[in-house]
Design a protein around this ligand. Structure first.
Ligand SMILES: C[S@@+](CC[C@H](N)C(=O)[O-])C[C@H]1O[C@@H](n2cnc3c(N)ncnc32)[C@H](O)[C@@H]1O
Length: 203
């Protein structure tokens, strides 16, 4: 298993594939254990790294993960097989905004797709969340640029930073969910329904 994970880390670095930071996946895995999460939906598989890091920590965890890039999807399928976790992880090849997951419900939804679509993902997938579930979103600091806008060098990046700021505002104003923000990894948030009083590991 360790060899399989190391290989993925090398591949990601060599091919410029963004994968989750160590602190962030540790936080998520702690959340999964403390809340006995059994089902996860991930938006943005890339090469399967974060899904594998979650699945290997909890044998009864089932993950559905969505990837729209063909090359990354195929790499993820290969990696998941190689790590012998294909009984726990199902990879869907589609744009998350077009995917139909009717009938599915999840204890945890992990948003890690295109930053420009965070609000759309949240709006669509919150209906797939169990009442005691949570939505975790990654990259809210966007490599520190959300707090240090003077470092932004292109209009494109400025546009993405604006979208992330809009998303943060959207979460803060959302009356159905309470959101806590964490300065961990590249910045992440945990959003849970106001009715969910038993959530663990976010204080
Ligand atoms: C930050 S990477 C995901 C990293 C992965 N979760 C990990 O930590 O190992 C984002 C991925 O989301 C994919 N993506 C972006 N928008 C998407 C969408 N709307 N539907 C499905 N996949 C999407 C990209 O192709 C990219 O591979």
């Amino acid at each position: 298993m360790n060899e399989c994970i190391k290989e993925m880390e090398h591949y990601a670095e060599a091919n410029n594939v963004p994968i989750i930071e160590k602190d962030s996946i540790e936080f998520i895995n702690k959340y999964i254990k403390l809340n006995d999460v059994k089902t996860v939906l991930e938006i943005g598989t890339a090469i399967g790294y974060s899904a594998i890091m979650m699945a290997k920590e909890k044998k009864d965890l089932e993950i559905v993960t969505i990837e729209r890039d063909d090359k990354r999807y195929r790499e993820a399928i290969k990696n998941i097989k190689q790590c012998e976790l294909d009984d726990q992880i199902e990879v869907v090849f589609n744009d998350a905004l077009d995917a139909n997951l009717a009938g599915y419900k999840f204890d945890l939804i992990f948003i890690d797709g295109a930053k420009s679509s965070y609000i759309k993902y949240f709006d669509k997938f919150r209906y797939y969340l169990n009442d005691n579930g949570a939505i975790i979103t990654d990259n809210l600091a966007f490599h520190g640029l959300v707090e240090n806008k003077d470092l932004i060098e292109s209009k494109n990046v400025q546009g993405l930073v604006n979208k992330i700021e809009n998303y943060i505002e959207y979460l803060k104003e959302n009356e159905e969910f309470i959101t806590k923000f964490f300065d961990i990894g590249d910045g992440l948030s945990v959003s849970y329904k106001t009715s969910n009083e038993n959530i663990q590991g976010i204080n």
